[in-house]
Design a protein around this ligand. Structure first.
Ligand code: PLP
Length: 417
């Protein structure tokens, strides 16, 4: 059955055995391991099929009805459908479905609202923000004047009063909310009030939580933000790509910032896959899925606490948690390597105020979106917590036990049924 759903590998093998062999090994790795990377998920066979289609052959610079190429009748309809579904799914006035990735979506929004040297304010990378929110290593940090806010290092929580004070002092033109490693609900209304008080454009990057928002398991930023960016491949479970939503008044600015501002031709095969993803996310089962992601995360967090881990903020409201490993006397880098060897995939992650280097870290980030797609529930979350604890505490002594537990779970819950 699996071969049938993902026959692209079998097909490729007829023409390029080297590439097919590598694709096959990656499929096996995904099937035989527990995927706990908070930004990953398993797209549906229909989404994957659309990505591997003849739509990749088409150039379609511009927007539906306003293209720079002939032959765009079919892709015009397709992209219009995708835009409509994006607007319906999130209740947005405007959507641009062309950004190639989340970082590309953010770059376009920054180009739309800022001139070089203008001030933007976002969460620091070290505290859970994203590179594209003003890191010195990213174009956003090189072209704009960046003021970064941290979370409170004691509580791990966003300190809205501190952000208000910083915004008043620095008068940013763009205020960004949203993060890659924040385990709690974000209050977009409070952020919007701060942005309005200082006259800033308010952008929310909901890359991580878009699926929770679509499924009603997190407050939606759409009613509060001027513009919302996201990826489509994390909790939203679509193709690897980006999306911009916003108020109609900014439509022209945002569209031209994507093309010709920062991109060339759109990826119509990915846009087809996004359309399918939005349809899937509108189905009633997706509400259940979003709720299950959150309840699994809560069970996993509780079980990790019982195993002796510390969690930043003490738990989670969403799909992820940040374990502070210092009580276990192991670094994030070391636990990541050990987990990999035990077929558990997660990533090292700095904790607020981390004394270790970013390449080492004192924490790991753990997410439940992908394992929930496979159908794992509360019982398996407890088993996973125990496996991670054994891996951290007695790696050599328990490898066999952990391997057997992981293999049994993977066998019981196939990636594609
Ligand atoms: C993942 C992520 C992105 C970037 O997405 P890419 O598709 O990898 O470019 C942007 N913002 C946030 C908050 C993210 O978590």
């Amino acid at each position: 059955m699996l071969k049938k759903t993902l026959d692209s590998i079998g097909f490729v093998s007829q023409f390029d055995s080297e590439v097919a062999e590598m694709m096959g090994r990656e499929l096996t790795r995904q099937q035989d391991g527990l995927e706990l990377i908070a930004s990953e998920n398993f797209a549906s066979p229909a989404v994957i099929a659309a990505m591997g289609s003849v739509l990749t052959n088409k150039y379609a610079e511009g927007l539906p009805g306003k293209r720079y190429y002939g032959g765009c009748q079919c892709v015009d309809e397709l992209e219009s459908l995708c835009i409509q579904r994006a607007k319906d799914l999130f209740g947005a006035e405007f959507a641009n479905v062309q950004p190639h990735s989340g970082a590309q979506a953010n770059m376009a929004v920054e180009l739309a609202f800022l001139n070089p040297g203008d001030t933007l304010m976002g969460m620091s990378l070290a505290n859970g923000g994203h590179l594209s929110h003003g890191s010195p290593a990213n174009i956003s940090g090189k072209y704009y004047n960046v003021v970064s806010y941290d979370v409170n290092h004691e509580t791990g929580l966003i300190d809205y009063d501190q952000i208000r004070d910083m915004a008043k002092k620095n008068q940013p033109k763009l205020l960004i909310a949203g993060a890659s490693a924040y385990p709690r609900a974000i209050d977009f209304k409070v952020f919007a009030d701060i942005a309005h008080e200082v006259g800033a454009v308010f952008m929310v990057d909901m890359a991580h939580i878009a699926g929770l928002v679509a499924g009603g398991a997190h407050q939606s930023p759409v009613p509060y933000a001027d513009v919302v960016t996201t990826t489509t491949h994390k909790t939203l479970r679509g193709p690897r790509g980006g999306l911009i939503l916003g108020k109609e008044e900014f439509a022209k600015k945002l569209n031209s910032a994507v093309f010709p501002g920062t991109q060339g031709g759109p990826l119509e095969h990915i846009i087809a896959a996004k359309a399918i993803c939005f349809k899937e996310a509108m189905a009633p089962e997706f509400k259940t899925y979003a709720a299950d992601i959150v309840s699994n995360a809560k069970v996993l967090a509780e079980a990790l606490l019982q195993e002796g881990f510390n969690l930043v903020t003490g738990g989670t409201d969403n799909h992820l948690m940040l374990a502070d490993l210092r009580p276990m006397n192991i670094t994030g880098a070391e636990l990541q390597v050990r987990c990999d060897a035990n077929h558990i995939t997660l990533n090292k992650n700095a904790i607020p105020g981390d004394p270790e280097k970013p390449s080492v870290t004192s924490g790991v980030r753990i997410g439940t979106a992908a394992v929930t797609t496979r159908g794992l529930g509360a019982e398996e979350m407890k088993q996973i917590a125990r496996c991670i604890a054994l891996t951290a505490r007695d790696f050599e002594g328990t490898t066999k036990e952990v391997h057997e537990t992981v293999a049994a779970i993977c066998e019981k819950f196939p990636m594609y049924k």
